[in-house]
Design a protein around this ligand. Sequence first.
Ligand SMILES: O=C(O)CCC(=O)C(=O)O
Ligand SMILES: [Fe+2]
Length: 283
Amino acid sequence: MGSDVIDGVVRTDRYPLDEPGSPAWSAVVDRARRELRAVGATVLRDVVRPDLAERLRAESDAVAPAAHTATAQVNVYNTDPDPTLPARHPARVALTRRNAFVARDRIPADHLVQRLYEHPGFRALLAACFELDEVHPLADPYSGLTLNVVAPGDDHPWHFDTNEIAVSLLTREPEAGGTFEYCPGIRAPSEENLAGVRAVLDGDCGPVRSLALRPGDLQLFRGRFALHRVTPVAGASPRHTAIFAYSDRPGVVGSPARTRQLFGRVDPLHLAAASVRSDTLLD
Ligand SMILES: O=C(O)CCC(=O)C(=O)O
Ligand SMILES: [Fe+2]
């Protein structure tokens, strides 16, 4: 199923997506699992064939102008401001988010990232790496697959993701800066570690690691437990990453409020989904 697509796009010599369980496939999965367990992140190098790097870049350049560019005041948890919290609470630190997202419905269906996102072999590899039975594309027409655009001088400030699983692919490398930094396991389901999070916001570099990404590399990451950011982009050109969002259950749609914040608009589907299952949404 779709192995023709994968043969043309993915380096199947290293990532044999159509041979799950083969020794080469299992070696990739074993290493990814080890790294995800140890530090909450792993990079699969050169997943997209290097001769397609130029096309990846051209396709992201073509849709980048469709990014929703409103800057927003946020905190690391993306929660509403709460002046009743103690002054030292990390949620009291206001950060300016200047990155911009292109929604999935603005990315043509024949673009490489669209063809990868839903591909069964691609998803099966990701699920195995994350030790899940399956990863489901979101039913959300905007947030399932996005392009994250960080312009020169801008950054994507410290935050936690709502999703437990994050997968991203660098499609345009900045000339300088734009480094992905993260603090593995700085919080856990049973421990917010407010003091540790606040220390990083105040400049503590102790828990901070960085990942050097190149175009075509796939990054797998547990962003719900690792505080992370993209440092300011330097030089003349922007940094672009395709963000592949998945859930462990089918049918997930973002809330109208969060959708409007990220994309500046909502689809009737967001409103309908919110009214149907207002208390089981992911975010
Ligand atoms: O662009 C990146 O590398 C990270 C993006 C990110 O953290 C996010 O979209 O939540
Ligand atoms: Fe994130």
